[in-house]
Design a protein. Structure first.
Length: 73
């Protein structure tokens, strides 16, 4: 292993990246929609391929999900 890669691993830079599960993404998207952060919600929805049903079950309001219905698969 080269010097640079060794330094990066010792610094723990790779540990700073958060891991997000599908369940976390659904909860975050619902929270973003309720707080009118539509762009952040759209990013998560398209990245994970979330459905409207999943987000509604997570607690998002029907009106907020209906407003962005065109991005769902």
């Amino acid at each position: 292993m080269g010097k640079s890669k060794t330094r990066i691993l010792r610094k723990g830079i790779n540990n700073q990246i958060t891991k997000m599960t599908r369940e976390d993404a659904v909860a975050e998207a619902a929270k973003y929609l309720d707080n009118n952060l539509v762009n952040d919600a759209k990013d998560l929805i398209t990245m994970f391929g979330l459905t409207a049903e999943e987000i509604l079950e997570a607690g998002a309001s029907y009106e907020s999900v209906k407003a962005i219905q065109n991005i769902f698969i």
